[in-house]
Write a protein that binds this ligand. Structure first.
Ligand SMILES: NC(=O)c1ccc[n+]([C@@H]2O[C@H](COP(=O)([O-])OP(=O)(O)OC[C@H]3O[C@@H](n4cnc5c(N)ncnc54)[C@H](O)[C@@H]3O)[C@@H](O)[C@H]2O)c1
Length: 270
């Protein structure tokens, strides 16, 4: 889900145990020290955030899932949630503008939304193709351009684009998703080059198979997981918290010299 976070101190913190075990937003919140508002494009929470830094942060996020968004906002003190369909470009930019006006310029943006519904190329109409790019690619560009001016005026910031190792592996069964993620990787490099002079860093994160509710309910069967474990170097599950830790690093000043990169977090699959 989208989140916009403002921290009131520059002191560096380590993430609390609760935050480390939780999902992206609380983990980021617990350690973003000199980063003010963060806007993340949908991230589905697994556990309630309990980071002590959350009350000090300003958070804004959007998601199509209204009930889940409101439930998360209720657990994040001061968080702003707005239901939004990111395929509606005007609604997306309006939501970002509203968050900026309420919280100040967005200095960290996490483009997280995606839809990995399976489909095969030969049976995909032009309209269906366009619709899949509208959720998997277009919002990354639109949200980044919507925050750019404010981020530049604030002295810089970080944009994180969630990609996937499927852009590197090219599996069948989800061609639009794979193509969109490949484009996200290329767009990441292009924006990093265009906006580097404004101290805006743009990086992609490419996870392997992350154990989320959706993956468990649809595709991550014990058999499929056993095959995955044979293919990876590290014989452990990749959890949302693992991705959150990488996002946290990339968005922080620890990564101040890193831009235009695609950071793979897949337990050694690729
Ligand atoms: N889970 C994995 O195994 C995995 C692997 C590689 C990459 N990724 C990437 O990581 C990111 C997060 O993945 P996830 O597994 O948490 O995804 P998810 O499907 O669990 O959550 C996606 C979120 O996007 C929201 N959403 C979907 N369509 C929307 C729309 N039109 N407008 C607004 N919100 C919308 C959903 O409500 C949900 O909250 C995605 O970019 C995904 O491609 C995930």
């Amino acid at each position: 889900m989208t989140g916009s976070i403002l921290c009131s101190t520059r002191k560096r913190f380590r993430a609390s145990k609760a935050a480390r075990q939780s999902t992206m937003i609380p983990a980021i919140t617990s350690r973003f020290m000199r980063i003010s508002p963060v806007f993340t494009i949908p991230w589905r929470p697994v556990n309630a955030p309990r980071s002590p830094m959350v009350p000090a942060a300003r958070v804004a996020f959007i998601d199509l899932a209204e009930d889940a968004g409101e439930a998360l906002a209720a657990r994040l003190a001061g968080a702003r949630f707005a239901p939004c369909d990111v395929t509606d470009a005007a609604a997306l930019t309006a939501a970002i503008d509203a968050a900026s006006k309420a919280l100040g310029p967005i200095t960290v943006l996490v483009n997280n939304v995606a839809d990995d519904t399976r489909h095969v190329a030969a049976e995909t109409s032009a309209e269906a193709w366009r619709a899949r790019l509208a959720v998997n690619l277009d919002p990354t560009f639109l949200a980044a351009t919507a925050v750019r001016a404010g981020m530049a005026a604030a002295g810089g910031g970080a944009i994180l684009n969630l990609s996937s190792i499927n852009a590197l592996l090219g599996p069948g069964g989800m061609p639009a998703y794979v193509a969109a993620k490949g484009a996200v990787n290329a767009l990441t490099k292009a924006l990093a080059r265009e906006w580097g002079a404004d101290n805006i860093r743009v990086n992609a994160i490419s996870p392997g198979w992350v154990v989320t509710e959706r993956q468990l309910s649809l595709w991550l069967t014990p058999e499929a997981e056993a095959r995955w474990m044979e293919e990876v170097a590290l014989k452990r599950r990749i959890l949302p918290d693992d991705v959150a830790r990488l996002a946290l690093f990339l968005a922080s000043d620890d990564a101040r010299a890193i831009t235009g990169q695609n950071l793979v977090i897949d337990g050694g699959r690729t």
